[in-house]
Every structure is written in C-alpha cells, then in structure tokens.
Design a protein around this ligand. Structure first.
Ligand code: TEU
Length: 562
C-alpha cells in the first residue's frame, strides 16, 4: 500500500439499533437512544460508528429487508432524527457508516411491488423471475426453477400466483434478490448511495455484496446427504460480474470525492485470493472485506453442528488471512456482529475466566494487521443468552431452522442445543448498560430478553474501572492511535505449533510488538524462544512478566530500536 489510509489506524464500533438503547419505552432501541449514549463511544475512543439498517422495513429480517432506502423506519425515528444523530456523531470526531443492503430489497419495496404486478411491468426484469422447471406443475413442491435452498431454510424460489412465475430469494421469501444484470437497477442503487453521501454519511458496510452477481445459467446445486435442497454457493458467491459491478459502483459513486470514506464489503464464502481482488487499492473496488473462514472453525456439516473449539485451527486460519493480505489488500478484524454468537462463549470462557478471556480475545483482535470492528457489548465481555425454549427466539433464520428440522424428524432438544450455541439472537439481546431492571436498555418490555448476567456484566460497572474489559479495549484502541506499528506493522506468527499460545509479532521501522496469548484455561510456560523474544522489552499490556502465563492471560511487549 503506497501511503497509509486513515482507516488503517481506525476502529469501528457496530451498533445494532434494535438492541442498543430505547429512548421511548417501546422495548425497541432507536436513533435517539443511540444519540443519548454517544459518551460511551467517545470514552471507548472509536473512530467510526457502523449502524445496522434503520431504513423503512417490514422487519422480516430486522431491517435487512428494506422497503424504502431513503427513509428511516418509524420504529427507529425519522430522517430529522437521523440528521441530528449524524451531526452529534460528527461533532465528536466520529464517522458514521450505513449498512447498504442491495443484494435484495423487501417484497414490500415499490420496485418489487411493481415488478410482481405483471410480466410486462417495466420493472419485471429488476428481479430474478423464472418459470417452473420444464415438465412440472407450477407452484407444486419440486417445480422450482432450480433446486437451490435459501440461507433461511426452504427453497430459494417463491411461487407467485399473480403471474405464475417464481422469484429468487437467497434469504427470506420477503427478501427478493435484485437483478444486477439490469443496468437500471445498478443506476438506481448508485443514485441512492450518492443521496446518503450528500446527506453526510461516511461510507457503507455492504451487505452480502459478493452475492450480487449470479451465474445467469442458474444451474442446479449439489444436494448433500440428509439435505433437501441443493447448495447455491458456487453459483452466487463471487459471481462472474461482481468485480465489474464493484468497480462501476466505485466510479459512479465514490470517484472524485476527496472525503475520507469507509467501504467495507460483507463477503460470505470469500477466499483469500478473491479478497485480494476486492481490496487491492489499485482495482478501486472496496477498502476491505469481512471474510467468514474463522467463523467456521467450530462448524461441522452445518452452522448448527458445533465442533469443539480448537485454538490451533483458529490460529492457522487467521494467520493465513494475515499472510494472504500482507502485501495487497487489507483485513477486517472481527469476532462478533449481529449474526454471530458471543465470542467469549464461543472461543473463550464465559464462566470463571470471563473477564480474562474477553481481554485476551480483545488483545488478539485489535493487534492483528487490519481494521478492528467491535460489536456492541464486546467491550463489556457480554456472553451468550441461556436460551431454554424455542419461544425465546426471534431471529427468522433460527426460528425457520428449528421448525424445518423438527418437521424432518430431528429431536427438538438437539436442535435447540445448536440454536443455543449458534443463534444470531445471542448477540441481539439488549445492550447491558447497568444492573437495573432490563439493564437500563428500556423502561418498557424489551423485544428480546435481557441476559440475567447484566447484574454483573454491564457498562456502569466497567467504564473507568481499572481492570475491566472496557478499559482493556480502550487501552488497545488508544495504542492503535498512538503507535504506528499497530496499524502498519508486518505480522509474523510465532510458535505456530504450540498447543496453548497464540503469539505473534508486529514490526514497523524500529518498533516491534510481541503479543502472547494463553488461549486456554491452564497455565502456560513461556517457551525459551518466546522468552528470548520478550527479553529486555517493555511490558505494555499485562500484569507481570512471569515465566508462566496464567489461564487466559495475554501480554503485549514492545521493543524500540530493534
Ligand atoms: O448476512 C449474510 C450472511 O452470510 C450470514 O451471516 C447470514 O445472516 C446467516 O447467518 C447465514 O447463516 C447478512 C446480514 O448481516 C444478515 O443479518 C442478514 O440476515 C443477511 O445478510 C441478509 O440480508
């Protein structure tokens, strides 16, 4: 990378508006609630606020189904309220990035309503309409144009009586896929993006942006044993025209602006090789992408089939991404977001070592090469929710999966165990502000239950408390701002075969950081090679330079003038 970019030394904080702070007592978070809690973000020291969708939406997928891209849903506030929030965020020197969901719209978006109205509609081709498979009866099970299964269970095609054709939806049936092959669709999206930039937003987190180009032949997918539908990944992930579309978007929307913007693509299924293409600055597509490989290290046959966590697999995966994007492109670093369970419960210890393991995870996250994303509550070490029944879930993916699996004869308790570990609702329970009723999130009834551990795990008890997870995050964020090696240094994995330690160096000019993390509930001796590496260095983060690391202890050493 020629000259450093502002986002290399930036930290992003993701807010899931439904669950952050409710200002009006309806049990759902809103824009005014976010505005009232900006002190929290300033105290943490983050540079960018990414807002999950707040647009007008029927909320089938909590706002990832948009029916008006240029309005705010009344549940969250209004455009005026949005402008007020943006002004306050900017006044604090923080940027605001919007979620951009343009692989699909809501089925209630006027574009789709028109498209669905007749085969001759001028917007018919804005979505993927196809007739039933040849020789089948339209509308009957098995007549879908392809055998693809949707990410949210069931077929990826929905039959529409009005015109006797099917439309494609990779996600819920209320999220029809836009047809990016049609240049009018692309222009409509770009024009909407320019409208938001003109309003003052500082970039976009682009939802499933690597799914926008489909193989136009729409071939059937492989059906794995025990599965009802075919896999569609090969035909929609990193599809044939995706780089062309992103380069066009860049030219049409971002070229010529001298503003500091952040463009981050969410790219499930992306490989290192593809990520280099998306994020190579010379290609002018996006600044960085979210890869998913490290979110699959504990995954068996499906996302609900949870394997025991093995740090060595995680370490190898992350190191591969560090090395793969070392000379070209850039990494987004994340453990959590609104689609993942809580990392302390997943890769750490949400029992006795919750605080230590949350700090270790923060250390390893913030000090890799890339831009860190902190999801609301990560900075407090929030944990998974102790779900006991399917009625406690709200998420469409979780609920559909439960019913489909049970209908296929699976034991409801087994299905529930998978949901308890992996459901997206684990990270969507309300933000834990204090130990009061509903954790200070709402004065009403929260839309999802508050984790009972809010009496111990909350912001009020951590902000300003020396040994807290919050202060640890604050420290790491400040270090990135003060010390160029954090943003710019090379990454080298150390002791790659060690069973407990995840250790690496970051080097830039005359400075070297050595990061050592004991990813286990047992003490770990510092091996000779690491002890040598740390000898004579300043212990920047961590209690004592003992030869033994305590369970889940992490340390950061710094050498000057190496
Ligand atoms: O997620 C896309 C994605 O690939 C997954 O994380 C997905 O949500 C699911 O967990 C697959 O098992 C994005 C959004 O982040 C998610 O909230 C939306 O539901 C989805 O796109 C559709 O817009």
């Amino acid at each position: 990378m020629s000259s450093p970019q502002w986002w290399q030394s930036a930290v992003v904080y993701q807010v899931y508006p439904r669950s952050f702070a409710d200002s009006d007592g309806d049990g759902v978070g809103d824009l005014e609630g976010i505005r009232q809690h900006l002190d929290h973000l300033s105290a943490l020291g983050v540079d960018v606020l990414w807002l999950s969708p707040v647009y007008r939406s029927p909320m089938d997928d909590n706002g990832y189904d948009i029916s008006d891209y240029q309005d705010i849903d009344p549940l969250f506030g209004s455009l005026d309220g949005f402008d007020a929030l943006l002004a306050d965020v900017h006044a604090r020197g923080i940027k605001l990035v919007m979620d951009l969901v343009v692989n699909h719209t809501s089925d209630e978006h006027p574009w789709f309503v028109e498209s669905r109205s007749s085969k001759d509609s001028p917007k018919r081709d804005w979505y993927w309409w196809r007739s039933a498979k040849e020789g089948t009866v339209p509308g009957e099970p098995g007549s879908e144009p392809t055998n693809w299964g949707s990410f949210f269970s069931g077929p990826a095609w929905e039959y529409d009586d009005a015109t006797g054709e099917y439309y494609l939806h990779l996600f819920s049936r209320k999220q029809p896929d836009l047809n990016w092959e049609n240049p009018e669709v692309r222009q409509a999206v770009y024009s909407m993006m320019r409208w938001w930039l003109d309003r003052g937003v500082d970039g976009f987190r682009m939802d499933v942006i690597n799914l926008i180009s489909k193989d136009p032949a729409l071939p059937d997918g492989d059906v794995r044993p025990g599965e009802e539908h075919g896999r569609l990944g090969r035909f929609v992930i990193d599809g044939p025209r995706v780089h062309e579309y992103l380069a066009e978007m860049h030219r049409e929307v971002f070229a010529g602006t001298d503003r500091e913007l952040l463009l981050v693509g969410e790219t499930p299924g992306v490989t290192v090789e593809e990520a280099r293409l998306y994020t190579d600055p010379a290609r002018q597509e996006v600044d960085m992408v979210f890869q998913f490989e490290h979110m699959q290290v504990d995954r068996g046959a499906s996302k609900w089939d949870v394997l025991p966590f093995d740090m060595r697999v995680l370490r190898q995966c992350l190191a591969r991404w560090q090395e793969g994007l070392a000379d070209v492109g850039w990494n987004s670093l994340y453990w959590d977001n609104h689609d993942q369970p809580r990392v302390v419960s997943r890769f750490g210890d949400d029992g006795p070592c919750r605080v230590e393991s949350a700090k270790l995870l923060a250390t390893v996250l913030h000090l890799q090469r890339g831009t860190p994303y902190v999801y609301q509550g990560d900075e407090l070490g929030m944990t998974n929710y102790p779900f006991t029944s399917v009625d406690q879930f709200d998420d469409i993916e979780s609920v559909n999966y439960f019913h489909e699996s049970v209908a296929q004869g699976e034991d409801p308790q087994d299905v529930l165990a998978g949901l308890r570990a992996m459901s997206r609702d684990n990270s969507r329970t309300p933000m834990q502000w204090d130990d009061s009723n509903h954790a200070g999130f709402t004065t009403g009834t929260p839309w999802l239950p508050v984790n009972p551990n809010h009496v111990d795990v909350n912001a009020a008890s951590q902000v300003g408390a020396a040994d807290s997870v919050f202060e640890h995050h604050r420290r790491l964020i400040a270090l990135r701002h003060e010390e160029p090696v954090v943003a710019l240094g090379d990454f080298t994995l150390l002791v790659p075969d060690h069973d407990q330690l995840f250790a690496f160096t970051r080097c830039h000019e005359a400075t070297e950081l050595v990061v050592v993390a004991n990813f286990s509930g047992e003490p770990a001796e510092l091996p000779g090679v690491l002890a040598d590496r740390c000898a004579g260095a300043e212990l920047l983060i961590g209690g004592r330079p003992d030869p033994t690391l305590t369970p889940w202890e992490s340390r950061v050493y710094r050498h000057r003038s190496r």
